[in-house]
Design a protein around this ligand. Structure first.
Ligand code: NAD
Ligand code: UD1
Length: 343
């Protein structure tokens, strides 16, 4: 019987691109998603783009143990990619218990179900946010951890939980992927990031200004100790990230215990460099205003991505121009996101 890949949160932004890459790589993919922050339409489009159907879609909260048991009983799951979770930093400060419940509680229930069904391989979506305010850049995996908000602490706690699970039973094989700043979209423009409400993150905000949904970009801080005074981040194309997941799935069986890997490009771009690149890609001027710094932001954050290259044979291929061109294509073709086609 073919082993299936279970993808939690597979209808979301990164999960949908990972499902596409997995289907293209020939995997049999089962998705569990409660659609709390996603549309079923993303996966319909993934099936159209790849010409391959998912092996299954289950609208399910990962905290629903009975529902998970039914999924694990129905398919022969070989590995779980765990994307499902809440991710808005500000929201996590306002409602921390919701974040601990959903993210930490969800991971715990999922791990218990996996243990019960003898599935011991996982790829977990962590974040560079676990490093908090980095002492130096580029950031390697051994850098001290110190998340500065409840969302980041949920990722840090789950990483610790995974380490304890692996220590208790060394048969487990877990790859923790710490993403830097995922942006962009599939080059078809058919799937992409569809934030609900006003975007918190830079690239979707710029894209909505470009398409006329928002009037002006507020640049948070012009007095950071960087070349142009604005914050610098390691933006990584979501298709590079998706391919990193395919490699993690392929390599997981050969990596013992717990492996922590940065997924970034290793180079930073400032907010104003991103604005300029987006203007060049779209031909649209992006009006912006420099305002106060955003609480909790750091000046610079970029990855040392060498360990992922050594252990996965993976390295980001796409540059900032392509990230902007693909984000723009998605936004232009879908000005309201999945909007009316969402079910
Ligand atoms: P997303 O919100 O688009 O995707 C998350 C998906 O999980 C959504 O489809 C949502 O409906 C689903 N979900 C949430 N809670 C669930 C639950 N309890 N049960 C079942 N499904 C649930 O977010 P994304 O940007 O695709 O992020 C995916 C993962 O990567 C998240 O864990 C996020 O924390 C992590 N991450 C994202 C970024 C980023 O910038 N986007 C950066 C670092 C890490
Ligand atoms: C944010 C989250 C981080 C998460 C990451 C995912 C915070 C504090 N951190 O990181 O936990 O893992 O997203 O990608 O929210 N900016 C503007 N104007 C805007 C939006 C952003 O100037 O309207 C600036 C920010 O100040 C920052 C840069 O753009 O310098 C990138 O911001 P953003 O896309 O929100 O990502 P991070 O803050 O790096």
């Amino acid at each position: 019987m073919t082993e299936h890949v279970l993808v939690t949160g597979g209808a979301g932004y990164i999960g949908s691109h990972a499902c596409l890459a997995l289907l293209e790589a020939g995997a049999e993919v089962v998705v569990v998603d409660d659609l709390s922050n996603a549309s079923r339409e993303s996966l319909r489009r993934v099936e159209q783009l790849t010409g391959r159907p998912l092996a299954g879609f289950h609208r399910l909260d990962v905290r629903d143990r009975a529902g998970l048991d039914a999924v694990f009983s129905r398919y022969s799951i070989g590995i779980v990619l765990h994307f499902a979770g809440l991710k808005a930093v500000g929201e996590s400060v306002a409602d921390p218990l919701r974040y601990y419940q959903n993210n930490v509680g969800g991971a715990m229930t999922l791990l218990e179900a996996m243990r019960c069904h003898g599935v011991r391989r996982m790829v977990f979506s962590s974040s560079a946010t676990v490093y908090g305010d980095p002492q130096s850049v580029p950031i390697a995996e051994e850098a001290p951890l110190g998340p500065t908000n409840p969302y980041g602490r949920t990722k840090w706690m789950i990483e610790q939980m995974l380490a304890d699970v692996v220590t208790a039973d060394p048969r487990w094989q877990v790859v923790v992927l710490r993403y830097f700043n995922p942006v962009g979209a599939h080059p078809s423009g058919r799937i992409g990031e569809d934030p609900r409400g006003t975007p918190n993150n830079l690239m979707p905000y710029i894209a909505q200004v470009a398409v006329g949904r928002l009037p002006v970009l507020q640049v948070f801080g012009g007095d950071y100790p960087t070349a142009d005074g604005t914050g610098v981040r390691d933006f990584i194309h979501v298709m590079d990230l998706a391919e990193g997941h395919v490699r993690a799935v392929q390599c997981c069986a050969h990596l013992p215990g717990l492996t922590r890997l940065n997924l970034g490009t290793g180079r930073g771009y400032s907010v104003l460099e991103v604005v300029a690149a987006f203007e060049a890609a779209s031909g649209v001027r992006i009006p912006y205003r420099i305002v106060e710094r955003r609480a909790g932001d750091v000046a610079c954050c970029w990855a040392d991505p060498r360990r992922a290259e050594v252990l996965l044979g993976w390295r980001a291929q796409r540059g900032l121009a392509q990230m902007c061109a693909d984000a723009w294509r998605w936004q232009k073709m879908n000005p309201e996101g999945y909007g009316a086609s969402a079910a």
